[in-house]
Design a protein around this ligand. Structure first.
Ligand code: GRF
Length: 207
């Protein structure tokens, strides 16, 4: 069984998609062993509770320094002994020591087709605002391994979504979630749980 820890900050719809696909048997060999939020008001924590998954909140605001937070955060993650860490809308910068420790064992969902509309400053609604500003016709989402850069790690899965006339950033964000994020994030976890993802030369091979 792949021990998965999900890190969240907000609504947790991606967490919900993972929970649902595990229950439906579309993600196999996987157990969600914990949910960690940096925000005690995150609705994601309610979703975890409803699914009977243990959760905890750890916020940089409660520590005197970033180093002290990083230390406790990594200890909290380590304690759960994850095989895979899933960043599902997690808005805290991951400490470098944690990136190195969990290399190719930590994935992120980004709401664009990387390398478009990604990197510093591209998060949440901003991604969709920029896509609409540029007038692109196709957007999408990407699941990738986390490395030291921002959205630069090996790409695991991508899915395209059409922009439609009259889209607002909010409408487009919702469509990207429904049609892409909630599908490829569970799929990527299932592939990893079944040992089907290999990384070589900064790229993934799906076997
Ligand atoms: C998603 O759009 C995800 O791609 C982004 O943050 C959002 C999280 O939404 N990184 P939720 O908390 O899973 O509902």
């Amino acid at each position: 069984m792949l021990r998965v820890v999900v890190l969240v900050s907000g609504g947790g719809t991606n967490l919900q998609a993972i929970i649902d696909e595990v229950h439906k048997g579309n993600i196999t060999n996987t157990e969600i062993v914990g949910v960690i939020s940096n925000n005690k008001n995150a609705y994601a924590l309610e979703r975890a509770a409803k699914a009977g998954i243990s959760s905890l909140c750890i916020s940089p605001k409660d520590f005197e320094s970033r180093d002290l937070f990083n230390e406790s955060f990594l200890a909290a993650v380590d304690e759960l002994q994850p095989d895979l860490i899933v960043l599902a809308g997690f808005l805290v910068v991951i400490p470098e020591v944690m990136i190195a420790k969990y290399r190719n064992r930590m994935i992120n969902i980004h709401p664009s087709l990387i390398p478009s509309f990604c990197g510093k400053g591209f998060y949440g609604l901003k991604v969709h605002e920029k896509a609409l500003e540029r007038g692109v016709k196709v957007v999408g989402a990407t699941v990738h391994f986390v490395d030291e850069g921002t959205d630069t790690g090996p790409i695991i899965l991508q899915k395209a979504v059409y922009v439609e006339d009259g889209d607002t950033p909010e409408v487009l964000q919702r469509r990207v979630m429904e049609q892409a994020e909630w599908k490829i994030l569970p799929q990527a976890i299932d592939l990893i749980a079944n040992d089907r993802v290999k990384v070589a030369d900064g790229k993934t091979i799906i076997e």
